[in-house]
Write a protein that binds this ligand. Sequence first.
Ligand code: MOS
Length: 774
Amino acid sequence: MAKDSTSIYYTEGLPVPETPAAGKAPKPWEQTDVIGKPWPRVDAYERVSGTAVYPSDILLPGMLYGAILTCPHPHARVRRVDTATAETMPGVRAVVGPETREADLPWSYRNVKSKIFPPVCRFEGEPVAAVAAETPFQAWDAARAIQVEYEILPHVSDERRALDANAPKIHDGGNKVKTETYSRGDVSKGFADADVVLEQHYRTEAELHTPLELHGCVANWDGDELTLWESTQGVYAVQSRVAETLGLPLAKVRVVGHYVGGGFGSKLRTSRYSIIAAVLARRSARPVKLFLPREETYLSMGNRPPSNMTLKAGVKKDGTLTALAFTCLGTGGAFPAGGTSLVDWQIRDLYRCPNISTECTDVYINAGPARPFRAPGHPQGSWALEQMMDALAEAIGMDPVALRLKNIPTVSQGRQGSPPYTTTGLEPCLTEGARQFGWAEARRSLGAAQHKGPIRRGVGMAASVWIVGGGGPPSTVIVKLFADGSANLNMGASDIGTGTKTIMAMVVAEELGLKPEMIRIEHADTGTTQYATPSGGSKTVPTEAPAVRDAAVQVKRQVLEMAADEMGLPVDDLAYEGAAVASRSRPDRRVPITGIEGLRKRGVVVGVGHRDPNPEGKSINPFCVQFCEVEVNTQTGEMRILRFLSANESGRVMNRMSFDSQVIGGITMGIGLAATEMRILDTEQTGKLVNRNWHDYKLPTALDVPADITSAPVEMPDAEANTTGAKGLGEPVTIPTAAAVANAVYHATGIRVTESPIHPLRLCSLLEQQTKEG
Ligand code: MOS
């Protein structure tokens, strides 16, 4: 190979994928040099050294600090807000509230006032007024000095009482948001055909997202142009909401979010603090930093809503499911926010079953609105369905894995027209997972029947499907190849901590033969990067990676065309090799990338990549099956999770290292639902949130999560899904975790814990009940 000074950018001798002809999609990768390998993050150093600048790290010259005074009551009318004292406090530069005089206000304020400071507060934590001051302490002191006269209204904060006749009405139309139903087949006939019918009530508690980086932004005006540095999963989504609310053209609102310290869905929505920060910055003519304290994020930045579910299921002796009837009561809080959204999806779609009915009722309560929370609705439905499958298996004397294998679907029955899946990983995840976990042996040797002492061990498993995960358009990405052979990748998507940037760099690296560390990434900035939908739904990789691949292919094609001209050879005869372009027919004819005159003259070759639509009439879904082993101390009610295995079919594994990290993270979060996490509202008296800090809201810690977590990817080549073959992973890996734990607890103790979380007090009382019933 022709040596030149830039060969360090390339891994010598590695073939790069063929360049498809114009208008043709690239073939699936067969052999890969970078994709699928365990690749450390391109921003690992920045993240661990503290040099990564998160939005909450931003400091601007002259910057003020904002604070929001929020309503301390779950339901109250704001009678009067007196900001006079606050305005005279030291360091205070701006105070805004519902009674601030219109004449003094920035032009945008009139329209937004009622949106940020509502006359009636329907949950604890609704904004009432806000302050900007020279220091955070001055801002908080001033916020506390604002005097508010509330008319306290009666509240209801337990969704199970929201529809009671005497429950206080949260909105004029009453407390019912909606009831949604779904059905197929004939459920009564299905139950009549069954040999065994079981019915059980289940409940999951609300969880709070708790990202490490708080919710907030820094707002700065430059004339009539607004810039927000915001901790968000989607800069373009924030741009459009902020522009709409403030009445600004999109082009005048720039949103930047280069790092995100966690979101898990809570940073998919645009929040009032962004608008409040913009208003405070406008009024004070200074940049304003406004990040919520942890307590406020717990009150107002979303939750995984609670669910109250009843599932009735019918099965034949041979394991054939005949009918499922499901009802759910849930709440998204004080506003329509998807309280029961997707809770029934596992029931509708995971197993082959001809007769299904579901009914989900969503009600209002006086609590903060729900937000999407890692696989919205799915872990709740899984908690019910997968515990029911466990009970059905026992009732017909069948192994839980065998029962599931008996009911494998090949089409998405829950969707209109029952489209076939591009790949159905459920079966291999069940068999491969069971094999690697040692399921059959553990099932025999452990379990309640095998132990006489107080320490019991058991194993459990659960399966799942994720409703999306195939991604899709729109996505536009730009790859620039510089004259020295290094490259720049420009995309709008956020890396929400999942390793998106690294995977996209790997795609460019694979296609261009470059080393991933030679690629500079520009992302998540509406001012400088391409449009992208928010990073969520486990769709970021399958949405963006094909566009990245396309952009790299566009670069290669242009380089080949330039080289063909200069070498006097037909373009079809040339192959892109990364460091060089070579003739296929005459191996002696090759030119290093830096030797291509056209590239040197132009300076940069730009490839614009797009995401093609998904195949029509197909459903693209990831599958996940998890197995775990637990130990229960029947004297203290303590439960320890000893090991976990996750078998995932998410299409192609793009980066084995971040893939495994996602598995560990998803299981950790699922253990929170299973064992430690619950939002506690004082429903009887004040309606206030009781556990609003990291001491009282119990996240799983290193002591709750086993060191022994195995990631067992099941790769099925998926040539249809998209040009990279990747499907989503981040959400699938948290869906079945809690149900698998509950099933393992049942195996260990004979106790079915139908209400989350499985904490020692709950287990103790169930154990006591078990002893009494003898
Ligand atoms: Mo996710 S709940 O789509 O960030």
